[in-house]
Design a protein around this ligand. Structure first.
Ligand SMILES: Nc1ncnc2c1ncn2[C@@H]1O[C@H](COP(=O)(O)OP(=O)(O)OP(=O)(O)O)[C@@H](O)[C@H]1O
Ligand SMILES: [Mg+2]
Length: 474
């Protein structure tokens, strides 16, 4: 963290100090909210959850290295008492950002924020010390924690910004004032909360409206709703995409066993890039990362070199798990929106090729509002067009709808709920050489299913799908 005195933090949060001997003591470590991971020299935020109250861990937090705790009432430990801990965390983030002299980069979009953030972090790290949010930490807790991790010598601070409603991104931008903002695409994720795609676009546009005149808006030129955001910013605009009028372009895209390759062009610079990451949808994410790095002034050859090695460190996104029996598991189970399910089905086909059998384990999708049923039927159509040997639907009524539509269309599908024996159940349906996609809403926890399935072996006696698959209805 950029060191600030407790006195300065008290002023920023309009709080009061209790049991603190010296207000000029420096806070040198980041904010933390998990008593098992107290940052030395940092502040422990006493948040109140459904079962635990952070205030009960105040003493332990300071014993384990914290300077003080942030709380809504005095505790036995040195305490900064504030009216609202979450609000105070935001104010601390703002105070830190005020002292930060590096480049703040914000990125948003309906799908691919974390994937792009991971790729961008790899690219920028080659250019200078970079702090980015861990995994998908982009909510009102994760965001200030990430900002508090920034160091005085951090050249870049990369922040994924999620939105579940109007004004969310504006609020985050107000805390940290990014000078570069990247918008990936506008899709259907969280459409249930927003009501329409246009409403999602309006909420995402807050990120470019917040840019200063000397800033750069990095926009997806392939997505008309994103390209139109150029009208809403006073900053310079750089576009990325697959068409020639984009400033940063991917040409001659090919896919080899699921891994995309393309020619990256910016002005007169061109180079062939083969990604380490799987899924042709990651082409646009890599392109977004490249365009953002260009906006930040990273030299073209350095971007090309780092793109090839960049991985998706956050896990659960296009994670390829190979079993000794030749079964390949695609763990894309971190979350599922219609666009990302379709992208994952394409990746399944690309990875399996024509020789290997394809199995799709599809958890039902959440947060889609009144169109939920229609989206599940759309996914069934995509499954039927993808020559998938078997779909295993996981969840409740939407999974039932999905599998019923697949069976009605002449495909094979079965449905089950999330249960502890799920990995074993899926395993009984596999044979060596199969490629299995695991995908579903985050709440279903299918990432764990994917990992457990990866540790199993094929049961040779039970690998024939014929006769085992029926639509089970409810
Ligand atoms: N450009 C894309 N188009 C479609 N699907 C994508 C794209 N990029 C990533 N995905 C898929 O979408 C899912 C979520 O990816 P990721 O975590 O990168 O997105 P996110 O925007 O950070 O999501 P969240 O809103 O949950 O934080 C993953 O399954 C990933 O493989
Ligand atoms: Mg994310």
């Amino acid at each position: 963290m950029i060191p600030l005195t407790l006195a300065k933090i008290t002023e920023a949060t309009a709080g009061t100090l209790h049991h603190v001997a010296h207000a000029n003591v420096l806070v040198t470590g980041p904010l933390s909210f998990d008593s098992r991971h107290i940052a030395p020299g940092g502040l422990f935020a006493c948040l109140t959850g459904r079962t635990l109250d952070g205030h009960d861990f105040a003493k332990q937090a300071v014993r384990d290295g914290g300077v003080a705790v942030l709380a809504t009432r005095p505790t036995p430990a040195p305490t900064l008492v504030v009216a609202d801990v979450l609000d105070a965390m935001g104010r601390i983030a703002r105070a830190i950002a005020t002292h930060y002299t590096g480049t703040v980069i914000a990125l948003t979009g309906s799908a691919g924020k974390t994937s792009t953030k991971d790729i961008l972090e790899s690219v920028l790290t080659l250019d200078g010390p970079t702090i980015a949010n861990e995994r998908s930490f982009n909510n009102e807790i994760g965001f200030p924690v990430t900002v508090s991790r920034v160091m005085p010598d951090s050249r870049y601070l990369v922040l994924e910004m999620g939105a579940r409603g109007k004004g969310h991104i504006e609020k985050l931008c107000d805390l940290v004032r990014p000078s570069i903002a990247t918008v990936l695409g506008v899709g259907s994720a969280h459409i249930g909360e927003f009501g329409s795609t246009q409403a999602i676009a309006d909420a995402k546009a807050e990120i470019v409206r917040a840019l200063p005149q000397h800033g750069v808006a990095v926009l997806n030129g392939d997505d008309p709703l994103v390209a139109a955001m150029a009208q809403q910013t006073q900053a310079r605009v750089i576009t990325f995409g697959t068409t020639a009028d984009c400033d940063v372009q991917a040409l001659d895209i090919t896919v080899e066993q699921g891994r995309p390759a393309f020619t990256l062009r910016h002005g007169t610079s061109e180079a062939r890039v083969t990604l380490r990451v799987h899924g042709r949808h990651n082409t646009i994410n890599a392109l977004a990362a490249a365009a953002t790095a260009i906006a930040a002034g990273v030299p073209f050859p350095r971007i090309v070199a780092s793109l090839q090695d960049a991985g998706l460190s956050s896990g659960g996104r296009m994670e390829i798990l190979e079993r000794p029996d030749g079964v390949t598991i695609i763990n894309d189970a971190f979350n599922a929106s219609p666009e990302s399910v379709i992208a994952a089905l394409i990746a399944l086909s690309d990875i399996a090729g024509t020789e290997r059998r394809k199995i799709a384990v599809l958890g039902e999708m959440a947060e889609l509002g009144p169109e939920t049923e229609a989206w599940h039927e759309k996914i069934a159509t995509e499954v039927l067009a993808s020559d998938i040997a078997l779909t295993i639907g996981i969840g409740g009524e939407h999974a039932t709808r999905l599998t019923a539509a697949i069976v009605e269309g002449g495909g094979k599908a079965t449905k089950t709920d999330r249960n502890p024996a799920l990995p074993q159940h899926i395993n009984t349906l596999l044979k060596p050489g199969d490629v299995v996609l695991i995908k579903g809403a985050n709440a279903l926890g299918l990432e764990q299913t994917a990992r457990e399935l990866a540790s199993l072996q094929t049961d040779e006696t039970r690998s024939d799908l014929e006769g085992t698959v029926v639509q089970e209805g409810t």
